[in-house]
Design a protein. Sequence first.
Length: 313
Amino acid sequence: MAALSSIDVLRVSRPCMWFVLIWFYLWPTGGIWELFTSSSFYLGLLTSTFPFNLLMFGMNDMFDFDVDQLHERKGGFVFGARSSKKQLAELPFLIAISNAVPLAVMLAITGKLTPLLWAGGFLFCNLLYNVPPMSLARKGPWELPCVLIGVSCVTAFSCAVNDLPLPSIGAWLYHWMVMARGQLHGEIIDIDDDTRVGKNTTAVKIGKHLSHKLMLSLTVGTCVVSYVLLKSRLLAAYYVVDILLAQIITNHDSEKTLVIFKMQSLIGIPFLGFFPASLGLALTWEYLRLLLSAGQHQGMLESSYAWSGIGWP
């Protein structure tokens, strides 16, 4: 294969998945409208798009070459490029440059070192997740806390960039549970390929049935946190519907899952209007993941209810 083209590099960063890290940057800023006049806010947001995603997904592609050869979905803007080993060898330099430039500019403009420390934490989590001898992505269940700490570094990065306090424990718990079930959903999708190459994720170790049960438990937990700690009856109601539709899907054939999916989508739309700030963006994130999951894995809806999310690769 030829060297990586600019389009190939963009595919590696999976632009259709940028919304995950963008959201983890944005959610602590909800309702603080004066940030929209801050240049550092936009520079941090920019860093959370292509640079951070190229780091996260590019590093994963380098160390998941074996299992990626089995993934038919590879080759697009959602699940990344299908690259040769020679092409992947170009990524470390591109990752370093794409992240060093905006972070250096941020340091020059703001004089703040703390955002760089959190960006370093994000890098460290990705190293632990992917690079031997740790390779936590292949040593379930340790990949789950690694993922949660990694995305939390992006939120802490946002707080440092924008001089914000860290969010409440309820907000953290909500996002951790949503991200954990999203990670499990992705692992269930990949469980057969991961098993073939010996990638021992949590889903591989405990099996599909227990993975589904764990996802359901996380959804129930998210519902409880939404109601008790976030004081949001509407958000809690959203997850009640989520749970009920999940049970319906497990008792219907795949032809009916598309109808159920459309119903759930229509239910989600009004929520977006009621929550234009923090919680509204949370549901926008859920809705986007629902669309991506259903579009790419319609056959998985019956067994793992696809709106449960997308985690790290």
